[in-house]
Design a protein around this ligand. Structure first.
Ligand code: HSE
Length: 438
């Protein structure tokens, strides 16, 4: 294998440096790695000191120079954010280059525009690193599970929030203290909003949903709730009742019998969710990610591993580079795209009304400790056809009580209607928390 493929790397941060480390240490890896030459690298600041050794003559601070360089066959976009990343990806495609990107924000919003452009230009855009860090999940969904009807994708796909929740559970610590600790360890950003408010997980579930169900949905409409208002008391009660609280991202096909030609309604959401102890996602801790796919005929298959970090993310990026390199070395024209590697949408999907989503609920109520309060609450749930799985009272003071209700699975609208009526009861002081349960 002595043909060399020149690639252009945009960005030399955590992911870009990880890619350089792998490509520049080919010994013991697949022989294709030796065919890759990082010919140009775009950086923000040419004078910044770097932890890795790179030849300064290949650096530029103009990424478009690399995208327009005719020697470069493949662009690796590791800049992140929406712009200029989106324009760079589209320009690279326009000039006939395949692209590898870890950019979930761009793919979640502009994935269809980008894959249409790539298919028209006869090039690949591969995104294995965009979801789940080092976990192979994109190509398995596109290829290895291609024969299945996928019914549901459930993921822990944000390492930062999973680390925070794991520490809150293990140490009984509160959210703000654990966030500070996560920031000092470098697990959480100085501005943690993208992670803790659920936006990063929403980008990722939008991408997984598009692949699993065959069509994009409107990213901005995904109901998204983060972990910043989560109280350690709910983690504690959940634990006593046999659950862990995890930030889950879920995409679910609501009517499994639709045909390919129909538009299909999907229920998507990102929210803290009670996961029963016996469920495989309950034991996914720390910065790890896991994605559980339910399909027919495969049943359940779970992908687990490191969801972030330089090495794991670069591992996924390099796998994509090798996929494209392997194809270009065996297929001179690169015009006959491998239909399973190239992305495509094959049906219309839309977001169902959140009220129609079936779910179990955990509800924590603060009430006056008077006779009949549990009966009144039970009556209201009963009138809305919400069946209760368990109801437990914890005494707060002599006059106030905390009541935890876990319901059976029912559409969310019925729960919301019941809670609106329960809130009106004179014995109820407030609805202190409400989470979904698996
Ligand atoms: N910030 C992400 C996480 C990693 O915490 O999982 C990059 O997608």
């Amino acid at each position: 294998m002595n043909q060399i493929i020149d690639i252009g790397l945009l960005g030399l941060g955590t992911v870009g440096s990880g890619v350089v480390n792998i490509i520049n240490s080919p010994k013991g890896r697949h022989p294709l790695v030796s065919s890759i030459n990082i010919a140009r690298i775009a950086v923000k600041d040419l004078n910044r000191p770097r932890s890795i050794k790179v030849d300064s003559s290949i650096l530029t601070d103009d990424p478009f120079e690399i995208v327009n360089d005719s020697k470069i066959k493949l662009i690796v976009e590791a800049i992140g954010g929406i712009e200029p990343a989106r324009s760079l990806i589209l320009s690279a495609i326009k000039s006939g280059k395949s692209v590898v990107t870890a950019n979930k924000a761009v793919i979640a919003r502009y994935g269809k525009e980008i894959s249409d452009a790539a298919n028209a230009a006869g090039v690949y855009v591969l995104i294995e690193a965009a979801v789940g860090g080092g976990i192979p999940i994109i190509e398995p969904l596109k290829q290895s599970l291609g024969g299945n009807r996928i019914n549901k994708v459930t993921g822990i796909i944000n390492g930062t929030t999973n680390y925070i929740l794991s520490q809150m559970t293990k140490e009984g610590a509160n959210y703000n203290d654990v966030l500070k600790e996560a920031q000092s360890l470098g697990y959480a950003e100085a501005n943690p909003s993208a992670d803790v408010d659920g936006h990063d997980a929403a980008d990722k579930i939008a991408i997984l949903s598009g692949l699993a169900f065959g069509g994009p949905i409107n990213r901005e409409s995904i109901p998204t709730k983060g972990i910043s208002n989560l109280q350690s008391i709910d983690i504690n009660y959940a634990h006593q009742l046999g659950y862990e609280i995890k930030l889950l991202a879920i995409a679910q096909h609501l009517y499994e019998n639709s045909t390919v030609n129909e538009s299909i309604p999907l229920a998507l959401r990102v929210e803290p969710t009670l996961v029963p102890n016996e469920h495989p996602l309950s034991v996914v801790n720390g910065v790890n990610n896991a994605i559980l796919i339910e399909g027919e005929p495969i049943g359940e298959v779970m992908f687990y591993g490191p969801g972030a970090g330089a090495g794991p993310t670069a591992s996924a990026v390099v796998a994509d580079i090798l996929n494209i390199a392997g194809i270009s070395l065996t297929n001179e024209t690169e015009k006959s795209l491998d239909p399973l590697l190239s992305a495509c949408s094959w049906r219309n999907c839309y977001l169902a009304n959140p009220r129609d989503m079936p779910q179990k609920s955990y509800i924590r109520l603060i009430t006056r400790d008077t006779p009949g309060v549990i009966g009144s609450i039970g009556n209201i749930f009963g009138q809305s056809q919400v069946s209760i799985q368990s109801i437990v009272q914890f005494d707060l003071t002599n006059s106030e009580a905390e009541i935890i209700v876990i319901t059976h699975k029912v559409i969310k609208g019925k729960i919301s209607d019941s809670l609106a009526k329960i809130e009106e009861l004179k014995e109820v002081i407030k609805i202190a928390a409400h989470f979904s349960c698996l």
